[in-house]
Ligand binder design. Structure first.
Ligand code: HEC
Ligand code: HEC
Length: 323
């Protein structure tokens, strides 16, 4: 179960456990959780350029100086990075629309989980980050000091080096925001959920932490391969096989995720899919509900090629026998 969806899954169970077992149990849970959060997790140490350089052939064809080539590369990387976060990787969902800090969960007694300030302003925490530090937090769920973070990094597992490099280039360019974000804290119930294994740190879901990442994403074209790459961020809710079902750990008020395989989207065509993604409406006019509605603001920034690649990939999946 991912931390993002920890919201209230076993609240009832955990509250019952709290009541039955009383203070000793909470103390045990608290100590066990402290220990788990204080662990150091080893990861590989990657390196890649920010920005990714231009193709040498282009540089020589255009007769660019080294400095000009870098400036062009940086400008392109920032534009790509902006698209990646605005259409696909959704960092703003928890780090704020200006990346100056935001909220993931603020619900006592679960906890107060805040997305830190990612800008260069006061209170920004990434000023001293190396490329390896970025890799650790985004693709491994591990902070620079080695402790597990409470951020759903498993959503970003398929991210290539170039995409992460582009995101870094973009985030370094956004206007600085002065905002001190207090550290995230788990409340008593959050601690119990961690101790009971109901909340699993991304760093423990992802692993081993030395698997090499792809250097480049698949080419941006209407292909099953590119669609599969894009659908990495759908699996957190729709399941690894995209067959849908209850969202593990989701808020109890959330409806189950839909089956996205051809049997689930039986009778749909591309136009139906596009409309569903952009306007939360099914072909029969019925409304698609929360939490899918969190996705459409990002889907609205997708390119036509990305939307079509997703569709082509979903249509290539084996039909599920569910339902
Ligand atoms: C669903 C919510 C969510 C999303 C989406 C998300 N983050 Fe986070 N992020 C968090 C939270 C919460 C923390 C604080 C973690 C903690 O204190 O354990 C965090 C921490 C961080 C940190 C600081 C780690 C440290 O302690 O030094 C960085 C850097 C970061 N996120 C980058 C990103 C980037 C880049 C993206 C998009 C690719 C992203 N995050 C997407 C919730 C999120
Ligand atoms: C935060 C969780 C979440 C994420 C992330 C998510 N979905 Fe959904 N999605 C849902 C839920 C829940 C439903 C069912 C809504 C309902 O029944 O009203 C749904 C419904 C849909 C539907 C409508 C299908 C139908 O038959 O009703 C489509 C299409 C869809 N999602 C595509 C996607 C794609 C593609 C992605 C990734 C780009 C994605 N979703 C990411 C939770 C999510």
């Amino acid at each position: 179960m991912s931390v993002r969806r920890m919201a209230v899954r076993s609240v009832v169970v955990a509250v019952a456990a709290l009541l039955l077992a009383g203070g000793g149990f909470v103390l045990w849970a608290s100590i066990s959780t402290e220990r788990s959060m204080a662990r150091a997790i080893d990861t590989h140490e990657v390196d890649f350029p920010v920005p990714f350089p231009l193709d040498p052939e282009e540089v020589s064809q255009e007769g660019l100086t080294e400095e000009e080539a870098r400036a062009v590369a940086l400008e392109r990387a920032q534009a790509r990075g902006r698209h990646l976060v605005e259409a696909r990787y959704a960092c703003a969902e928890c780090h704020g629309s200006d990346y100056g800090g935001g909220v993931m969960v603020d619900a006592f007694p679960i906890g107060r989980l805040l997305g830190p300030n990612l800008t260069r302003g006061e209170g920004g925490i990434t000023g001293g980050y190396t490329v390896a530090d970025w890799d650790r937090i985004v693709r491994h769920g591990v902070r620079p000091d080695g402790r597990p973070a409470i951020m759903p990094s498993e959503d970003f597992l398929l991210m290539s080096d170039q995409e992460l490099s582009d995101i870094i280039a973009y985030l370094e360019s956004v206007p600085p925001v002065d905002n001190e974000v207090p550290p995230s804290r788990l409340g008593p119930l959050g601690r119990v959920l961690v101790a009971r294994g109901e909340i699993v740190f991304s760093a423990d879901l992802i692993g081993p932490h030395d698997t090499p990442h792809p250097v480049l994403p698949p080419p941006a074209e209407v292909s099953v391969e590119f669609g599969r790459h894009l659908a990495g961020v759908c699996t957190g809710c729709h399941g690894m096989q995209l067959t849908g079902g209850r969202i593990a750990g989701g808020d109890p008020s959330w409806v189950p995720a839909a089956d996205l395989t051809p049997s689930g989207l039986d009778g749909w065509d591309y136009a139906d899919f596009r409309l569903a993604m952009l306007e939360n409406r099914r072909p029969d006019g019925s409304e698609i509900r929360e939490p899918m509605t969190f996705v459409s603001p990002f889907a609205q920034n997708m390119t036509e090629v990305e939307m079509q690649a997703l569709w082509v990939y979903l249509q290539s999946l084996p039909s599920s026998s569910m339902e």
